[in-house]
Structures are given as C-alpha cells and as structure tokens.
Design a protein around this ligand. Structure first.
Ligand code: GUN
Length: 293
C-alpha cells in the first residue's frame, strides 16, 4: 500500500504566506510574547522556532527568558505587565514549567483574550461547550493538516492516545465538535487503558501523543489507517554525526506501506503547531482591532 506522507511544512508555508499578506494590509503588527522559564533544551529549541516564525510573517515578538528559580510572584508580575501591553496580542508560556511553579495558577493569570495557546480555563471551557475561541495549537494543527490532505474525519473512529492538556484532551474535544470539519467518534486512550491495542487497531485514525519513542507499531495500528504522530523524541543514534536523532511515538518504518497516510517526524505535526500559534495571534489582534478574518 502506498502511504501518503502528511507533510506539515508545505501547509505551514501556505499559512505563513496568508498571514504575511494580511499583516501587509493591517494597521499594525500583531505581537507575540513568549515566556520561557529555565533552560530545558527542547523548550529552548521550540521557542527559537516560534521566534523564527514571527520574523518570517512580520509579527512583533519578544521572548522573556527567566531563570529556573524565578518566583511565582515575579512570573505573575510579568504576565500582568504583558496583559496590559497594547503591543502584545498573544502571550505564550512555554511548558513544562520548572517544578515549584503552579501551572494552573499561572495559566489563569493570562488574559483569556491573549491566551493564544488556548490553555486558560475560559478557553478550554468554550471548547467543551462547543463555541471555541482559541483552540490549542497542536490539536488545531492536526485537524488543519488532515483537512488540507483531503482526509475528513466526519463519521470516522479516531483513537487519541495520550490525555495531556496540550494535545490529547483538547484534540478529543475538537474532533468531536458538531462541525463539518470534525464530527468524529473519538476514544481517548491513556496509560490506564487496559486493552489499548484492541481499541487502536480498529480505529480509522490513530493519533499518538504520549512521548514514548516508537511505542505504537503494526500490532496497535490497523492496515490502511491514518496515523498522526505528535511525538518528538530524541534517541541515541551512534551512526549520526550528532549521535542522536528524532523519532516519533509510532514506528514509522514498520508502518510505512501498511497505513494509508502518516505524518513524518520531524516535519509533520511540529510545523503545524507553529503555524496555528501565529494564526491564533493574528486572530487575537484582528478581534481587538475589529478587522475581518
Ligand atoms: N510545550 C509543548 N508544546 C507546547 C505548546 O503547544 N504550547 C506551550 N506553551 N508549551 C508547549
């Protein structure tokens, strides 16, 4: 079976081109503030990608890099300042935060109108109630990627593996919305799921978001399925010049030729996350400035 590769880079480029055009006609640049606390190497790389994306589409961007031992009070003060800053439309707090900082409390401090990550309880609540404002970037990117490649999920059985607040849980809500581009039947599987392979092997679409390298293979994924791999795991690879390489949560080589479509890692979901972050930032500004679209 020919496996269609669901590449994210061309879709991201298309979203970027559309945003660039809109920015050129806008009264001012949309502004994104990213808060990075500590020196987690993966987080630092993600933040660099976000900065690069902003530069490419012509957004104002600023990164606030704070020490790992920053107090909750200082972080809340910064968020308050950014909430009031007229040049800032979107605020993103890079996760995970260092231990000792209360993620829920910090997320709650972000103005919901600037919460371009969609993690504030108000925005998550709107997604639950069926009238979303900011949809978390990775779930939104996954849906956009499937739509782009002409793979509607309407009526399909989707197994989402992983219940994180960043991906699995909001994705389950998004895909099950009564909306033309969603309307799927979704099963949320997690570390407590007893009969995982039984559920996932029957699914039309499997989304893997667990952060375990190559955890799902031919036993867990049925022939002809559509596979979305959210994992970005760095593993040892002595044959590579750097000594490491990136792999997803699914066994790409074992599934290639058996499934109908699959996202590569890297270059699949990752670029979509950035594209949706910038789209959400545009939407935050457009709403504030009463612009169309
Ligand atoms: N860490 C991993 N993914 C994300 C994301 O989409 N947003 C934020 N803020 N942190 C993350």
């Amino acid at each position: 079976m020919e496996t269609l590769l669901l590449k994210g880079i061309p879709v991201r480029d298309q979203v970027f081109a559309e945003l660039k055009e809109k920015v050129a006609k806008a009264p001012r640049k949309p502004g994104l503030a990213v808060i990075l606390v500590g020196d987690d190497p993966a987080s630092s790389i993600y933040v660099k990608h976000k900065e690069k994306g902003c530069q490419e589409v012509g957004f104002h961007h600023e990164t606030h890099h704070l020490a790992a031992d920053t107090s909750e009070q200082d972080l809340l003060k910064l968020i308050d300042r950014l909430n009031k800053d007229q040049a800032i439309d979107g605020i993103l707090i890079q996760l995970p935060l260092p231990k000792g900082l209360d993620q829920d409390k910090i997320q709650l401090a972000v103005d919901p109108a600037k919460d371009v990550d969609g993690f504030h309880p108000e925005n998550l609540g709107r997604l639950v109630s069926g009238s979303p404002r900011f949809v978390p970037c990775t779930p939104k990117g996954i849906l956009r990627l499937l739509t782009h490649y002409g793979l509607p999920v309407d009526g399909l059985n989707v197994a989402v593996v992983g219940r994180s607040v960043i991906v699995g849980r909001p994705l389950t809500l998004l895909l099950s919305l009564k909306r033309a581009d969603a309307n799927a039947t979704v099963t949320l599987c997690h570390s407590g799921t007893k009969n995982l392979a039984e559920i996932t092997a029957k699914a039309d679409v499997v989304v893997a978001a667990i952060g375990v390298p190559r955890a799902l293979g031919p036993e867990e994924i049925g022939e002809g399925a559509i596979v979305v791999d959210v994992g970005i795991n760095r593993i040892d690879a002595p044959e590579r010049p750097k000594g490491t390489r990136l792999v997803g949560d699914v066994d790409f080589q074992a599934l290639k030729g058996r499934v109908s479509a699959m996202t590569p890692v890297p270059g699949g979901v990752g670029p979509m996350t950035i594209a949706m972050l910038l789209e959400n930032t545009w939407e935050a500004m457009a709403h504030k400035e009463n612009l169309d679209g």
